[in-house]
Design a protein around this ligand. Structure first.
Ligand code: SF4
Length: 258
């Protein structure tokens, strides 16, 4: 095995002894210089430079510095590189965003971005900001229980404390199902992402005894139904099945069991 000659290259304005012809990324990382990289692996001989994270600036006398991928360069006499600059950071951020577009759930990428202070777009949270939920809650339900807020520079649909009546209209209209209704035996929970919008006891259907709606919702339905057509007057006290079964038009008489 032939030994390569040791040469001196300039890294961040300081001399560094490396083997001539050695992969620059490997040489820099071996010397303790911090450089992000994903597609480079020391066990593999060929480098491909596809993640573009290991960008450095190569200085050539008389020319402006050039951005190059360290994993595609070999150490040679006269080589001078910078590993940190505004242009490098911006190139790495661009590369990281492209990677995260393909794998937004990757913890490894997210940790690497944090480690190197790369600004990245927030991870998708399942909400497309169509505002249908906020609008329907205000315009149709009248509860105004949702609002568009801002957290860490990101626009977010947020609950307004104490205003939700637990009708579930927002969850039903949500095109991505990021708002969920969970009915356990006696409690309805409406949530968005991991945040609870409202938690309500469930009232009993006067027709069959099944728990089906929240008292706050029934109150509002009652207020709105009074003085309307007699067919709609009592329907809010019944679950959808009983509404059909017990409607005066269908059954002729009202036969309540509860
Ligand atoms: S469940 Fe709550 S937040 Fe959703 S539409 Fe009804 S009142 Fe508004």
């Amino acid at each position: 095995m032939t030994m390569s000659a040791m040469i001196s290259i300039m890294v961040n304005s300081s001399p560094l002894a490396v083997e001539e012809g050695e992969n620059l990324l490997k040489a820099l990382q071996g010397a303790g210089v911090r450089l992000p990289a994903i597609c480079f692996h020391p066990a593999l001989h060929k480098t491909v430079g596809v993640c573009r994270l290991c960008t450095v600036e190569v200085a050539t006398p008389g020319k402006p510095p050039e951005l190059k991928r360290a994993c595609l360069l070999k150490a040679h006499p006269g080589l001078a590189v910078q590993t940190e600059s505004v242009a490098i950071q911006s190139a790495r951020e661009k590369a990281m965003r492209a990677l995260l577009k393909q794998a937004p759930q990757s913890e490894r990428l997210i940790h690497l971005a944090q480690e190197f202070g790369l600004r990245i777009d927030p991870a998708p949270d399942g909400c497309i900001r169509c505002l249908l939920c906020e609008r329907v809650c205000k315009e149709v339900v009248g509860a105004k229980a949702l609002k568009l807020g801002k957290r860490n520079g990101q626009r977010l649909i947020e609950p307004v404390e104490g205003r939700c009546i637990g009708c579930g209209t927002c969850a039903n209209i949500c095109p991505t199902h990021v708002i969920r209704i969970t009915d356990d035996e006696s409690v309805r929970t409406i949530s968005i992402r991991d945040e609870v919008i409202g938690r309500h006891p469930l009232a009993t259907c006067e027709g069959c005894g099944k728990r089906f709606a929240t008292p706050k919702f029934l109150e509002i339905a009652h207020d709105r139904a009074v003085d309307h057509h007699p067919d709609t007057k009592d329907h809010h006290r019944w679950c959808p099945e009983c509404s059909k079964r017990l409607s005066p038009r269908v059954s002729g008489t009202l036969t309540r069991r509860y």
